[in-house]
Design a protein around this ligand. Structure first.
Ligand code: HPA
Ligand code: ZN
Length: 326
């Protein structure tokens, strides 16, 4: 049966990680000091104690507040490098990173500051650690479609640095259909497409993401089991689901890890991958997700190998890089 050593040694591929959600309290405090920003917490411990969430929105409120300390290109370089240091320790070999430009442009930070900092950081990590990467720009779904289209225009000069476009933030009340034109525009520009759907929202939002946005992966998607016809479609079309176990428990999508539907998803033959989502806020990185899943759900060695192969197949890496990851 899979040992802790086995879990640690598995080559890991992360496909669902928001870089703003990798901002650890220690780095948040040091960037706040560097940039002369006041945080509404007295200490790192007081901040960590606030990470007790009741749903997605209660997390997002703190996540957007935390991102305010990110001001300069160097801040984004440091953020990327801090995350990659953790990846290196956990044998993460390839990462596909979400970033939320609107979180920064809405408070006066230039798009180019964000993308240039992140790209420089991940290039440095690739050189230093051999960890390959792709960047995925996410639209904030609580904002308007016009704001998303405007963000896509701002991304145009940096098209070669951005692999894909996704959709995140408050799901309920902001269905995928709201972004049909923005995703059509992204598709026309050759971006790979993904969307968060079926995290807190219903199975119908997953259908919308597939049929209206034409995404090729679903982020979360745990609500699919409400709809057997949807599960059958996802299996037949081999649509990957980027599952985030710790996140789902911390945001109360499931009461405990033992209640998570991961085994049901695997048993249905879905192309499941495991990911950390917002590791600084949800109690850990890839390995901590693997460990918590194993402790609660006791997967077999074959299932762990399947999850690893699924992530390689589902990634946007080049065929050459995928072959090297196997
Ligand atoms: N869901 C939606 N939006 C997000 C998340 C999430 O899990 N993490 C960061 N933004
Ligand atoms: Zn997410």
């Amino acid at each position: 049966t899979p040992t802790p050593k086995f879990l640690k040694s598995l080559p890991k591929i992360e496909l669902h990680m928001h870089i703003e959600g990798s901002l650890e309290p220690e780095l948040m405090f040091s960037l706040a000091q560097r940039n002369g920003i006041d945080l509404p917490y007295d200490s790192v411990d007081a901040l960590r104690q606030a990470y007790d969430f009741s749903n997605l929105q209660s997390f997002l409120d703190l996540y957007y507040q935390g991102a305010n300390v990110l001001q300069t290109e160097q801040d984004f370089v440091d953020l990327a490098m801090a995350y990659l240091g953790r990846c290196q320790q956990q044998n993460v070999r390839h990462v596909e990173i979400f970033f939320d430009p609107q979180t920064h442009t809405e408070r006066g930070i230039a798009f180019e500051t964000v993308i240039n900092g992140l790209h420089r950081g991940f290039m440095q990590g690739k050189k230093q650690y051999g960890i390959s990467f792709e960047l995925i720009l996410c639209f904030l779904r609580h904002l308007s479609e016009d704001s998303a289209l405007n963000t896509l225009e701002q991304a145009q000069p940096f098209r070669d640095k951005i692999t894909g476009v996704g959709l995140d933030s408050s799901e309920l009340g902001h269905p995928p259909e709201k972004f049909e034109r923005a995703f059509a525009a992204a598709r026309a520009q050759g971006y790979r497409l993904v969307a968060h759907a079926g995290e807190e929202g219903p199975a119908d939002y997953i259908w919308q993401a597939l049929q209206l946005l034409q995404v090729e992966r679903i982020d979360h998607g745990v609500a699919c089991t409400e709809d057997p016809a949807l599960v059958q479609y996802l299996v037949e079309q081999r649509i990957p689901l980027t599952i985030c176990p710790n996140s789902n428990v911390r945001l109360r999508v499931f009461d405990t890890m033992a209640d998570h539907n991961l085994r049901e998803l695997l048993d249905a033959g879905l192309k499941v991958t495991l990911n950390s989502d917002d590791p600084a806020y949800f109690g850990g990185y890839m390995l901590e997700n693997y460990q918590n899943v194993q402790n609660a759900l006791s997967l077999t060695q074959a299932q762990w190998m399947q999850l690893t192969a699924n992530a390689i197949d589902a990634s946007f890496a080049s065929d050459g890089r995928k072959a090297a990851l196997y």
